[in-house]
Design a protein. Structure first.
Length: 430
């Protein structure tokens, strides 16, 4: 065999190996399809029995029982109601974590499905309906399916898999800790140390069978801010005898928008400042003494985030002073930037494309929604992507966090297959 022939065969072999690496393992594929009905059944059970953040007691019990039945090492009550399970492969290697969020929202469901939630509870002293209006029930069911598949194929695992079922992604109740931050604080990424983490989010606006992803910043850092304005109360007929906090509030809102429109380099990434609530006054003919503004900042670039928060902190008291009043601003970080490690994305993209089909894997733009999966990504490299949940015949799907939110369950199978194979390909490539 001459050198040219050897070189040609090597190229063909490498190409073949590359193609093979992108395909789903036949046994994994068969088991995923056999599990589909069970995954849907789990999802419907969670959907009918939703629980709010840090209150996912029964949800956690069901998850833990399933994982224990699979023979995994299970730890309960992590970050209050979280469940963590460890699966050790037959061969040593790195550790990969897979995360699913398990909490529901204070939203009364209107979707016409036979497993509709009719649960009600009290949230912030108000009676509310409770529903999985963001699809966390599907994430939980998918990861339970992945755990079952991988637990039956330990011989294929070079390393360790850590399954993280996280409470309070939507944010813990006021005065409580919770979510990814608390899980990290309690050591969820340790013992064994996690080398990479994967997560997915069902999306009602993406068609079933498709996956959206973006390297780098894919979801925004979220800050909640509260501005307190102090003026001087007086009669509404004589504004010159007082200091109007409502007028100052209007000037502050107007000024804050110039930070976005005139100071932020929007060619880098998008950014948003929104004032969502203003509270002031009790009567039409009284200029009140105080006003409170509550809102959010969304950023996708760390330097822009720093700039915007700094300028808001400078601008708010200065504007108030200009009009004779005083104002303070306080920030609360809700999530960091959901940052997909570019190298990890590059490494794992062929797996997703091989399973879903290259034409169904879409490079997407960033969104200004937030995700506390971002906190995991601040500690270890992570890859977070969006799984299609919209029926093909649906023209316009209801948004997440709304009463009419609906997910086509036929999209769950792809999630199970992708998460299972991502895990194997990551660990076996090390």
């Amino acid at each position: 065999m001459n050198t040219q022939t050897q070189f040609t065969l090597l190229i063909v072999l490498l190409a073949f190996c590359s193609i093979q690496a992108q395909q789903i393992d036949p046994k994994i594929n068969v088991m995923a399809e056999e599990l589909e009905s069970k995954v849907i059944e789990w999802r419907r059970d969670f959907h009918q029995n939703p629980e709010l953040s840090n209150r996912e007691v029964e949800t956690a019990k069901k998850i833990a029982k399933h994982l224990k039945d699979l023979g995994l090492e299970v730890t309960e009550n992590v970050a209050k109601t979280g469940v963590v399970a460890v699966l050790k492969g037959d061969k040593k290697g790195k550790t990969v974590a897979l995360r699913a969020d398990i909490d529901a929202l204070p939203v009364t469901e209107r979707a016409d499905v036979p497993f509709k939630s009719i649960v009600k509870t009290t949230f912030l002293d108000t009676e509310v309906g409770v529903s999985h209006a963001c699809g966390h029930d599907t994430h939980t069911a998918i990861l339970m399916g992945v755990a079952e598949i991988l637990s039956k194929h330990k011989d294929k695992i070079n390393g360790t898999v850590k399954f993280i079922f996280q409470p309070a992604e939507e944010g813990p109740p006021p005065g409580e800790e919770g979510g990814a931050k608390l899980m990290i604080k309690e050591g969820v990424l340790k013992n064994p140390d996690v080398d990479a983490i994967f997560g997915l989010h069902i999306n009602s606006g993406t068609e079933v069978g498709k996956i959206r992803y973006k390297p780098g910043g894919t979801m925004a850092a979220v800050e909640r801010f509260v501005i307190n304005v102090k003026g001087k109360q007086t009669h509404g007929s004589a504004p010159w005898t007082g200091v109007d906090p409502i007028l100052i509030s209007a000037k502050i809102i107007d000024g804050l928008q110039t930070i976005i429109s005139r100071e932020s380099p929007l060619v880098n990434e998008a950014a948003v400042i929104t004032v969502g609530k203003i509270t002031s006054g009790v009567r039409f003919n009284i200029i009140p003494e105080t006003a409170e503004l509550i809102g959010t900042v969304r950023t996708l670039d760390p330097k822009m985030r720093e700039l915007i928060i700094r300028r808001m902190s400078e601008m708010v008291p200065s504007i108030a002073k200009t009009y004779g009043g005083k104002a303070t601003i306080e920030f609360q970080n809700n999530t960091s930037i959901t940052y997909n490690d570019p190298e990890l994305v590059k490494q794992m993209l062929p797996t997703i494309q091989g399973i879903a089909g290259k034409e169904n894997v879409i490079l997407a733009k960033a969104t200004t929604g937030g995700e506390d999966f971002s906190y995991f990504q601040e500690v270890v490299p992570g890859f977070y992507f969006f799984l299609g949940g919209k029926s093909p015949n649906t023209e316009k799907a209801a948004a997440h966090h709304t009463p009419d939110f609906f997910i086509d369950e036929s999209g769950l199978l792809l999630g199970v297959k992708v998460m299972s194979q991502l895990t194997l390909d990551y660990l076996n490539a090390q």
